[in-house]
Design a protein around this ligand. Structure first.
Ligand SMILES: [Zn+2]
Length: 212
């Protein structure tokens, strides 16, 4: 097909989930923010590891257990190195591990802010369809319709109308996918052949980095 403009959006969430923890400084439940630092404690051949969080109000620390009494020689050396060096990417993956955070806290604040990096994969001269591959290496809290509307610079009702008119399709097409969280590996296909502002949407789909 030579009428499809293909782009890839790589979505990087900005703010990690914040668990609500009983803060001994404040004397009540407060949201805690990751400090981005790992605390390790070696005891003979065993190792404990925590990710250090701080109360957003009083700065009191809370140590989120990553593992306890782990035999050091069974540990992946790369993991050990990442923890010892406070590796940013490794820690980010822990911060966004929503299932693990949920095991420690009943209430979690999530944030939909993200950076969207856009890359044109194929741009035929006279295209009428737009195909977007979504890449998200970390879990994204933003809803798909909000992300698309905000990135295209159109209203959510217009987006909804495109979707209902089968002009905008989502693959894989799960029930209500448009109202769900952005999912890694999704593909969005938009038929813009009847849209007069196609080039306006093209601009938005291929450049710019902000999402709210
Ligand atoms: Zn506090």
């Amino acid at each position: 097909m030579c009428n499809i403009l293909k782009v890839r959006w790589t979505i990087n969430p900005r703010t990690a989930p914040q668990p609500w923890i009983a803060c001994s400084g404040c004397g009540c439940l407060k949201p805690f923010k990751s400090s981005g630092k790992i605390r390790l404690n070696a005891n003979g051949k065993k190792l404990d590891a925590w990710l250090v969080y701080r109360c957003t109000d009083c700065d009191k620390t809370w140590n989120r257990t990553l593992f306890e009494r782990q035999t050091i020689r069974d540990l992946n050396p790369l993991v050990l190195e990442a923890m010892q060096g406070n590796d940013r990417e490794w820690i980010r993956a822990r911060e966004f591990d929503l299932d693990a955070v949920r095991r420690k806290a009943q209430r979690i604040d999530e944030f939909a802010d993200a950076d969207v990096q856009k890359e044109v994969l194929d741009e035929p001269e006279s295209w009428t369809m737009l195909e977007i591959d979504l890449v998200a290496t970390l879990p994204i809290s933003a809803r798909l319709d909000r992300l698309l509307a905000s990135e295209f610079g159109i209203s959510r009702s217009r987006l909804q109308a495109l979707h209902e008119g089968a002009k905008l399709k989502i693959h894989p097409d799960r029930a209500d996918a448009i109202r769900r969280r952005v999912k890694d590996g999704s593909r969005i296909v938009v038929d813009l052949s009847n849209e007069t502002d196609r080039h306006f949407i093209w601009k938005a789909a291929t450049s710019g980095t902000e999402a709210g």
